[in-house]
Design a protein. Structure first.
Length: 293
């Protein structure tokens, strides 16, 4: 990562080169921000870059929008995406779609470009495959002015995440969410250690994707959040808890086969920058869950 303190004192050319692709193929944004140095934190730097976009003339803002690639486009992927765009699309699995999935995105891209004349833009790190397509459908009825502004909002969200990954500063940008769990053994009244936990992203566009696997520690929690240090993508998920092995290992009397083996809990995420806690209270014969925070 680059140190903000170094960016504050380097030449304008080096500053622009370092931050050139925070806004896709638009180094002019960094060029305008360079004149406002020094910055006290990453928040000030992002605000300066965002302000440069907001005050830019309409034709330059439209050029910024058009600099972005279509989502899940095999043609553009073959031609070469920027490293940033490639990583972002990969994070949502847009490079690993089924044929039907690619066709669904191609139809959406074509309908959107046909109406607005520029690509559909969304901060894909905040979304799953399914929620991206739902957002397509939600935004397609917009008028041109509304949709151009929506695109700029999404571009600034993309830039914030890129800047967070690129620049080290004493402050942190508010771009991360967290998904966590813990398990309480209400049969013994103790945290449940050693329970296997698997988090899966559900999708209508193909096979479910396993996002994380972990084992609960002595506090009944996972050592790290199931998702952390990034947005928690909007979408549908399933948490699966391996219960029967846990109780068998503690010589708890159970039926054969056990009444509860693996417990699936399905839930949805709507706030990518929020903290969603999904706990499990369990005995060999029943369980409870709820939305924590």
């Amino acid at each position: 990562m680059l140190k903000l303190s170094d960016l504050n004192v380097c030449s304008k050319d080096d500053f622009v080169a370092a931050l050139a692709n925070v806004f896709e193929y638009s180094p002019w944004v960094a060029g305008q921000a360079a004149a406002l140095r020094p910055f006290a934190g990453a928040g000030q730097l992002l605000a300066a870059m965002t302000a440069a976009v907001e005050r830019a003339p309409e034709e330059l803002r439209l050029a910024l929008i058009r600099a972005h690639p279509d989502l899940a486009s095999k043609t553009q992927r073959a031609a070469g995406l920027t490293a940033e765009s490639g990583a972002e699309q990969s994070s949502a699995g847009l490079d690993r779609l089924s044929d039907a999935g690619y066709e669904a995105f191609e139809r959406a891209n074509s309908a959107y470009r046909s109406k607005f004349g520029f690509p559909y833009i969304v901060c894909v790190r905040r979304h799953t495959r399914d929620s991206v397509l739902r957002d397509f459908e939600r935004r397609l009825p917009n008028d041109d002015k509304t949709e151009a502004q929506a695109s700029i909002v999404e571009i600034c969200r993309i830039a914030a995440l890129r800047l967070d990954q690129l620049v080290a500063s004493d402050d942190r940008l508010p771009v991360h969410g967290r998904l966590s769990t813990h398990v309480l053994d209400t049969h013994s009244g103790r945290p449940a250690a050693g329970i296997s936990v698997e988090l899966t992203e559900l999708s209508d566009l193909g096979e479910p994707r396993v996002v994380a696997r972990a084992t609960t520690n002595q506090d009944g929690r996972t050592d790290q959040p199931l998702i952390g240090g990034r947005p928690v993508p909007i979408g549908r998920y399933e948490l699966t808890f391996g219960i029967s092995d846990y109780f068998a290992g503690r010589n708890v009397a159970m039926s054969d086969p056990p009444f509860l083996d693996r417990i699936p809990v399905r839930f949805s995420v709507s706030d990518p920058e929020g903290h969603l806690h999904v706990p499990l209270l369990v005995t060999p014969w029943g369980y409870t869950t709820y939305r924590g925070s």
